[in-house]
Design a protein around this ligand. Sequence first.
Ligand SMILES: Nc1ncnc2c1ncn2[C@@H]1O[C@H](COP(=O)(O)OP(=O)(O)OP(=O)(O)O)[C@@H](O)[C@H]1O
Length: 748
Amino acid sequence: MPAEAKDDAAPKRKSEGITVFLRMRPTKHPSKFYDVGDNEGKGQSLRWDIPPDAVTKDGEYINNTKTQWAFKFDQVLPMDISQAQVFDRVGKHVVQNALDGYNSTVFAYGQTGSGKTFTITGGSERYEDRGIIPRALSMIFQAFRERSDCSWSAHVSYMEIYNEQGFDLLNESSGAKALQDLPRVRMMEDEHGNFHLRNLSMHRATSEEEALNLLFLGDTNRAISETAMNQASSRSHCLFTVFLECRGAGGSDKVRRSKLHLVDLAGSERVHKTKSDGITLNEAKYINTSLFYLEMVIVALNEKNKKARDHIPYRNSMMTSVLRDSLGGNCRTVMIATCSAEKPQTEESISTCRFAQRVALVKNDAVLNEETDPSVHDSTLKSEVSTLRAEIGYLKGEAGEGDELTDAERAELHSACEVYVKSRDPDETLRVAPLTLTRIRDCFALLKNMVLQALASQGTGGSTDEQLKATLKERDNEIAILVNMVRQARGGGTAPTPSIASEAKEFSPPSSEKKAEPVRRLDPREQLAEDRARMKHRLPDEVAGVSIYVDDAEVRDDPKRAWLYFREKCRIAHVLEDNKRVLKEKYCEAKACGEKVNATRKAIAYLKQSIEAIRRERAIEGVVNEDDLQKADPEEQRKIDAIAQEKEVYKQNFESLRRLKTEIEHVQKMLESGRKKLQKEYDEWYAHVLRRGHNKQPTNAWATPPASPAQSAVSPTQSSQPKEEDDNEDVRAFYAAKAELEALRAKQ
Ligand SMILES: Nc1ncnc2c1ncn2[C@@H]1O[C@H](COP(=O)(O)OP(=O)(O)OP(=O)(O)O)[C@@H](O)[C@H]1O
């Protein structure tokens, strides 16, 4: 991590509390125990009023002592708030702070399933469900393009902390199958008590696309570890960090560096609720220990405010060490407490609110991380010294006419004039040494030339013409790629890119990737055994939210029909349809933008041709005087103004096209992962349907053993080992259906 920059002058400092938001996760069954109100013009309040006899569905008392609580928040984000609105209210301000050079943090805290990941990273299925991280990345790169007076750079790191150990999620090797396969990150402390993360990779991102790819890579590694460890996300903390650097803002020698931490903490529920044993209990202990240490740090910081203590126990856990700056340090921090409004979760929700109240009291001391760039500083000082020497010589009358300048000296003079003219600093001086009358005269000539060129280029001047041509050419290439993308997506192109090509496909039950892989055909018995082991001798009622008890035998026996049936019932299939719709809209938008860009380009070329024609005419008419040529005639001036307007339109449309390209890529990625998920869930579901169908099991028979001996099916509750004959029949039927499905896939 980069060290914090210190400025020679008094740093811009701001002591402020942590801003605390509460977000209620949507539910169809809110408890009605709480009420949101205004907090005397300072944020909002949340009052809980619980009937003394309220019990959960497990028969536990929600609370048998106190029944009313009131909590204050900067804002309570209602259940129906969109992800875009959350970013507007919470994220924008934080990202702006980071761009301005202040360390900034957003962390989400709340019980498992209350929406922390949804808020920080976002839903992985729908484009509009993008969370704070992808939206922050979009805002950052938009700002880079708009604030081009300085040189920006962004680096990204992504770490997961599980059981007090850090893992680098941005590991590109594809072999990681569990969290333990990822590189370990270690915490080091230097002699000044600053913490450093060793072995955490930092990746430069030069565009929004690159940064999003890093986020996808980290999320994929996170998902792999989650599957391997049975929903470890509830038990681990994830920290996505963007390191920003801005050099030479406004032509100065200043460098600003800031960190933007976006943190998804582990679930905050208490141990007694987890009903854990073995490894899980161990994990539960770890989360609770590390969140307990977080609570200790918060309590200690509050006591420090009251001057009751000095020591803050950051060192106790990896997470509090990493977030040291964010909690009571050099950072502007925002907490999002996530709560469930459902009755059984009331106790946890109140506990989250209570923690948020303590966090709101913590005071941070954010400092503008700005320092002078030593390399720029040195060369500026050297040049100042030689200018001063020259000025002294001139004042002493030492400056003579001077010799005729060589080409090298003239080039040097030219660059000094250029630096002087291009600098946005009003106090910039022209640095020329030694100062002779020849040099002074040459400087004036060069400056005059620059002014004349600038005047001419406002209209059709040569140098800007060249620049415009170069830019147009560069953008032409990009437009060609984008317009081609659009054409291909609409079926008119030649060779579609892989992602668009896959997008153009209709959904079907195929598995083209699987076809490519060498498949080891299991012996039918092995297949059934594997299947059984997976199902743990018990069939579920539904897979992916779709009942496996399909009454229609035709649906059950025909994989194609089964696929259509599954697609109609499965939620994820509908989400995919939504995303396809979004993608189509974006293609249309991109196509319209591309057409506008092309039209503007043509208009500019036409205007330029007509200006040249006017000039030629004037030259033929005998207007050869230099001064007259500098003045545009009224018709020419109109065309020059029209070019300026077209350029503005061009810029806006090009910007939209660039944005759409990123968005299209993002939706494509979501579609791809959604399609894989759908396919996996269908395979699993159909295997269950077949098994259920060929066992001829009556509805709910697995749950309740058949009462009548007439029902011939063998339930696992009757016998965990099916008879040999049943096995053979099962095996044959299962294998036949699977072969049929594979044949159908191969055809498609
Ligand atoms: N505001 C919301 N709108 C729609 N769906 C939501 C919202 N918040 C959460 N969800 C959904 O609820 C489920 C649980 O949310 P999420 O994974 O974000 O919880 P979490 O607090 O991060 O849990 P964990 O501690 O296990 O990581 C997800 O399927 C998510 O898509």
